[in-house]
Design a protein around this ligand. Structure first.
Ligand SMILES: NC(=O)c1ccc[n+]([C@@H]2O[C@H](COP(=O)([O-])OP(=O)(O)OC[C@H]3O[C@@H](n4cnc5c(N)ncnc54)[C@H](O)[C@@H]3O)[C@@H](O)[C@H]2O)c1
Ligand SMILES: C[N+](C)(C)CCCC=O
Length: 485
């Protein structure tokens, strides 16, 4: 066992593990077996207070460092993460149930990318000089202060670092609350940042459910809240943050469309649909769960998809050969089973899957429904599980209109050999993260985030800097002040 699964304390505050067993118990369950692997406790008000005090103190000192010095800490943390990728990946697999085959390449490594990228960017975050004849204005890019990050359970290491890396690069401190379903990984991020030279209190982790998140969001010392979670939680958190006029980033849910035209390379389209529906057992916010296939290739697409799904290796997520693992929790599995039942009851054609797998843990078969219509529940609501809905269409205009007929707008994809059509269609899809002949790529260099109900703000890329800093402008008069009296 690379890391002890039971951490030295539930929380990481002011550079060290702390515990307060008065907080509600948080059992950590390995979803491949149903076994309890650790027990943590939700933060009490005293722990939340300690974290905020520590963050406030650390932020004042951190902001005084040169951006280059701040960047050096982040890039050092990235290097440590890469060196420990295997251990961190195993921990991620225990925390989430995702196959090691995935976590080895998509979690600590994506987190390290963010630390490296924003560490490198830190020194170039400058203001500008604006000449006004004799007078002039200069701008200073300033930190926001103490920021709160709140995570979902599907990518606990990645989410912590996609928030912390730009936040810290800009001179902020952070109190991060992981999802109560996956509380382990963010603690390692905190440990590594300390080891890399981050001052005590710069990145704190407090555990808990919605009440702990809510206590952080409403605290007047907090300048910004970045949430990754569902739309209903996003609505509540955004409203609470608005009361205090706080900055927000909202990375929320989706029901994203993937459009497959008759001229698409069928294997690439099927590959994109598999990645966009079954990676992480379908527990990915940007998944293309409404797969619109043009009528001419619909049956060929379904046949190839069914064939390729037979290649899924379902099993122990700690075995590197496994390519499809359990759901994160029994609760999530039950929610997804409810959607599968609705799909069948509302008349969708079950092409493959649909059942719970007969083994320990919370496994569902990769499931594909065809002949899905726009009004069906499975075509309208985010399922967050391994359930693909295939809808068919005749014309480009029709597909675009139907793809856009949703309150969500996180992602969208197009598969076609006609690149002019690819760009034309993507240009009309109302979504933040789009793909042509690909799906779900999320390099740190590209902005990531949604439109409409899927969110506000962007993570990753230079665009994230705008969401973790603010501009001060300074007018400088070179001559006398002329006043009317
Ligand atoms: N857009 C993205 O980048 C992205 C990435 C991953 C997941 N997601 C979305 O997350 C959802 C799945 O994750 P989940 O089930 O953990 O989401 P969730 O909304 O139930 O919880 C998200 C987080 O918010 C906290 N929370 C709940 N109520 C709160 C409150 N009132 N105040 C403050 N914090 C509160 C939870 O404890 C958890 O840490 C899906 O909708 C998925 O699409 C989005
Ligand atoms: C990097 N992925 C796989 C696109 C995940 C982004 C976070 C959403 O759940």
């Amino acid at each position: 066992m690379p890391y002890e699964l039971q951490p030295d304390g539930s929380h990481y505050v002011n550079g060290a593990y702390v515990e307060d067993t008065a907080g509600a118990e948080i059992p950590v369950i390995f979803s491949a077996t149903g076994e309890r692997i650790a027990t943590l406790h939700a933060a009490t008000p005293a722990i939340v207070e300690q974290a905020l005090v520590a963050a406030e103190k650390a932020q004042a000192e951190w902001a005084k460092l040169s951006p280059r010095e701040r960047g050096r800490v982040l890039t050092r943390a990235a290097q440590i993460m890469r060196e420990r990728n295997h251990d961190l990946s195993v921990l991620e697999t225990y925390d989430t149930g995702k196959p090691l085959q995935e976590t080895l390449v998509a979690d600590a490594s994506s987190a390290a990318d963010a630390l490296e990228y924003f560490g490198g960017l830190a020194a170039s975050l400058t203001g500008e000089h604006i000449p006004l004849g004799e007078d002039w204005v200069y701008t200073i890019r300033e930190p926001l202060g103490v920021c709160v990050g709140i995570g979902a359970w599907n990518y606990p290491t990645q989410i912590a670092c996609w928030k912390a890396a730009p936040a810290l690069a800009c001179g902020n401190a952070m109190v991060f609350k992981p999802s109560e379903a996956t509380p382990l990984c963010a603690l390692k991020v905190a440990e590594i940042l300390t080891e890399a030279g981050a001052p005590a209190g710069l990145f704190n982790v407090v555990q808990g459910m919605g009440e702990v998140g809510s206590a952080l969001v409403t605290d007047p010392r907090v300048a910004k809240v970045s949430l990754t979670g569902s739309v209903p939680t996003g609505r509540r958190v955004y409203a609470a943050a608005a009361e205090g006029m706080k900055h927000v980033t909202m990375e929320l849910g989706g029901k994203s469309p993937m459009l497959v035209f008759d001229d698409a390379d069928i294997d690439n389209a099927v590959g994109g649909a598999i990645l966009g529906n079954f990676y992480s057992s379908g527990q990915v916010c940007s998944n293309g769960t409404r797969v619109f296939v043009q009528k001419g290739i619909k049956e060929a697409f379904l046949a190839r998809l069914t064939e390729r799904l037979k290649g899924a290796v379902i099993g122990d997520p700690l075995d590197e050969a496994t390519s499809f693992g359990p759901m994160v929790s029994e609760r999530q599995m039950t929610i997804v089973q409810g959607f599968i039942e609705k799909g069948a009851a509302e008349g969708a054609r079950l092409v493959t899957g649909g059942k719970r797998i007969d083994r320990d843990g919370w496994y569902l078969e990769p499931t594909v429904f065809a002949d899905v219509t726009d009004d069906m529940t499975i075509a309208r609501e985010e399922i967050f599980g391994p359930v693909m809905s295939v809808l068919d269409f005749d014309t480009e205009e029709e597909a675009i209109a139907r793809a856009n007929a949703t309150e969500y707008g996180l992602a969208a994809g197009v598969f076609t050999r006609d690149l002019a059509r690819g760009h034309r269609v993507i240009g009309q899809l109302r979504a933040g993260s789009c793909f042509i002949n690909s799906y779900n790529d999320a390099p740190v260099e590209a902005p990531f985030g949604g439109v409409k109900m899927s969110g506000v703000g962007r993570e990753n890329s230079k665009a994230a800097i705008e969401h973790w800093s603010q501009m001060k402008s300074v007018y400088v008069r070179m001559g006398d002040v002329e006043a009317p009296f």
